[in-house]
Write a protein that binds this ligand. Structure first.
Ligand SMILES: [Zn+2]
Length: 245
């Protein structure tokens, strides 16, 4: 049976700045890129698209309405996150410390309500500066996801930099954080704890979101290892799992 992937992702709208230069570590020249779809499907982890840790929230998939009230959030490092990922985060943090990097957790769970507040604040700010409502919306959505469409609502996304970088930058959440050894350590080792770098450079048309060198997403250890080894986005990984189902 001939199978074809549904390329839903190509129609996604880019939300923030494009960084089209390819990172050599994420280029398509790896042996995995030559793998046929059939081969990729054969060694997929035993996971389902409906698994809790694989929930997709992106510009075309909002958080389900009842998600927040059915999720238990728990604080770690002063930030609430999905209670089920607290241990994984703390273990990763301890391992980073052992390697010489003190991690700084910026933002984890953000409620839809909080996002709405931020969103409205930005809209008002730009309109007070004389922008039309349409322009203010455009400018606002360059910086923050529409309420309901941020992966942070799930409590499975963590913005992480290192303490030194955090203290020396007014805005530490910038692509250039990827010049730091701590970021390289995270990209390499986060999958061992179930986390992936979520918004890859050069894959903006799949994720619908600009490159973010600091935004990590919990997907479970087996999924994370597979996704990282094959340099996939979560969107692409879910398409592969759907092919198998
Ligand atoms: Zn983030």
């Amino acid at each position: 049976m001939k199978k074809s992937l549904i390329l839903i992702s190509t129609s996604l709208i880019l939300l923030s700045g494009c960084h089209m230069a390819q990172d050599p570590s994420q280029s398509d020249d790896s042996p995995h890129a030559e793998q046929t779809l059939h081969e990729q499907l054969a060694d997929l982890p035993d996971a389902k698209t409906t698994d809790w840790e694989l929930i997709l929230i992106n510009p075309t998939h909002p958080l389900p309405n009842d998600y927040e009230k059915n999720t238990q959030y728990q604080e770690a490092d002063g930030e609430p996150m999905d209670a089920r990922i607290v241990d994984a985060y703390l273990e990763m943090k301890a391992a980073a410390q052992k390697a010489g990097y003190t991690l700084h957790l910026g933002s984890a769970y953000r409620s839809v309500e909080h996002q709405q507040f931020n969103y409205d604040w930005h809209m008002n700010h730009y309109m007070e500066q004389g922008m039309s409502e349409a322009d203010a919306k455009k400018e606002t959505e360059k910086q923050i996801a529409k309420p309901g469409y941020s992966e942070h609502h799930s409590g499975l996304a963590l913005d992480i930099v290192d303490e030194e970088w955090f203290k020396s930058h007014d805005d530490p959440y910038i692509p250039e954080y990827d010049t730091q050894d701590s970021q390289h350590w995270l990209v390499e080792h986060a999958p061992e704890y179930g986390f992936i770098l979520r918004y890859l450079k050069g894959k903006e048309n799949e994720t619908g979101t600009g490159y973010e060198s600091w935004h990590f997403r919990y997907v479970g250890v087996e999924n994370a290892k597979y996704i990282a080894a094959h340099q996939l986005t979560l969107e692409k990984y879910l398409e592969l799992l759907a092919e198998k189902e």
